[in-house]
Design a protein around this ligand. Sequence first.
Ligand SMILES: *[C@@H]1O[C@H](CO)[C@@H](O)[C@H](O)[C@H]1NC(C)=O
Ligand SMILES: *[C@@H]1O[C@H](CO)[C@@H](O)[C@H](O)[C@H]1NC(C)=O
Ligand SMILES: *[C@@H]1O[C@H](CO)[C@@H](O)[C@H](O)[C@H]1NC(C)=O
Ligand SMILES: *[C@@H]1O[C@H](CO)[C@@H](O)[C@H](O)[C@H]1NC(C)=O
Ligand SMILES: *[C@@H]1O[C@H](CO)[C@@H](O)[C@H](O)[C@H]1NC(C)=O
Ligand SMILES: *[C@@H]1O[C@H](CO)[C@@H](O)[C@H](O)[C@H]1NC(C)=O
Ligand SMILES: *[C@@H]1O[C@H](CO)[C@@H](O)[C@H](O)[C@H]1NC(C)=O
Length: 307
Amino acid sequence: MFSKKTLFTVLPVLASTSANAWASDNHTCALTKPIYSCENTTTIVDTCCTPTQGLVLVTQFWDTYTGLESEGSVLPKDSWTIHGLWPDRCDGSYGQYCDLSRQYDPSPSPNTTTGKPDGTPVPAWEGGNIITPLLQKYGKYDLLAYMENYWKSQGSPDWTFWQHEFSKHATCFSTYDVGFEGAPDCYGSLYQNSTEASIIDFLDSVIKAQVKYPTYAWLAAEGITPSNSTGYDVKQIQDVLTNASGGEPYLGCYGPTKQILSEVWYYSHSLGRPQDGNLKPIDQTTKTNCNATQPIWYYERAQGSEY
Ligand SMILES: *[C@@H]1O[C@H](CO)[C@@H](O)[C@H](O)[C@H]1NC(C)=O
Ligand SMILES: *[C@@H]1O[C@H](CO)[C@@H](O)[C@H](O)[C@H]1NC(C)=O
Ligand SMILES: *[C@@H]1O[C@H](CO)[C@@H](O)[C@H](O)[C@H]1NC(C)=O
Ligand SMILES: *[C@@H]1O[C@H](CO)[C@@H](O)[C@H](O)[C@H]1NC(C)=O
Ligand SMILES: *[C@@H]1O[C@H](CO)[C@@H](O)[C@H](O)[C@H]1NC(C)=O
Ligand SMILES: *[C@@H]1O[C@H](CO)[C@@H](O)[C@H](O)[C@H]1NC(C)=O
Ligand SMILES: *[C@@H]1O[C@H](CO)[C@@H](O)[C@H](O)[C@H]1NC(C)=O
């Protein structure tokens, strides 16, 4: 107990007085044997190389409109859209906004790190869109175009949602650490700006994971397509996605009787860094909330909400 406390107060001091050399050296993950996150946490020797919060969730939405159609924001035909890539703790609980030096979310939710009134406040970001200019600065136009098509917000500009996902979730993945409060800087001195490196690295990882879970195509192959006239048995959808992905996903429904399908979360363990995209499917730890006794709706998109 006592020694652990001491360690945490000493580390930031060390890191700042030695210009971060200590914290940024020697994170060559190719030299460490990759292990599956959450399967043998005692053997994580470098937190840059295996996430400590290693229950990795690949999450998607089925939205029927964006709310910003008049500004040209429409949903991709024949595809679910990206929600994010989340680092839950191995027991299924999770933290958020783990590095306030990388807080770019204009409307933090929750507004404290614990979600409770006495938690550390998460200040709203007032500097606007940083992700679009950052991707342009480094010539990542292809990544930006993909995000603009497939990573859609509802009721707010897409960049607000990207920055929310980055600051709330990516900062809790140890493999994207940049030296905050004694954490190592996984990017080292090779990069001029580790924060910028971590943002682009994370956005890239999100896409790498998402393309492996083509929910729309998996369902369509079994004859399950959006319909405003026929409901589906949630078990049928769950079984198809379990077969296709290799692990039982969480399905999220809303409405007073939980009959409107809107989300899927796929669970996995990461072999080494999530950046490398080696995710092993596992079963959900949150039970599907959709109505199990009544048909659920997998609605068609609204007219003009799809391209
Ligand atoms: C980094 O690795 C080198 C070569 O193994 C070693 O000499 C050095 O002590 C290491 N530095 C740190 C901070 O671990
Ligand atoms: C976890 O790693 C340790 C050290 O390498 C090893 O002794 C142990 O058998 C491993 N446990 C499992 C469940 O793989
Ligand atoms: C968080 O939001 C609640 C509810 O809107 C508000 O009462 C509280 O003052 C906010 N806390 C912070 C730290 O902004
Ligand atoms: C690194 O990039 C971030 C985001 O663009 C910026 O806020 C920060 O000032 C930069 N840091 C340095 C040392 O240039
Ligand atoms: C899932 O796969 C098993 C074994 O291949 C098969 O028996 C079952 O019919 C499949 N279920 C669905 C819903 O595709
Ligand atoms: C499922 O729907 C039925 C009938 O509409 C309703 O009575 C029941 O409470 C619903 N279950 C859930 C979990 O909402
Ligand atoms: C299907 O139903 C949803 C939910 O009521 C609605 O928003 C959407 O516009 C409908 N789509 C079509 C093509 O009728």
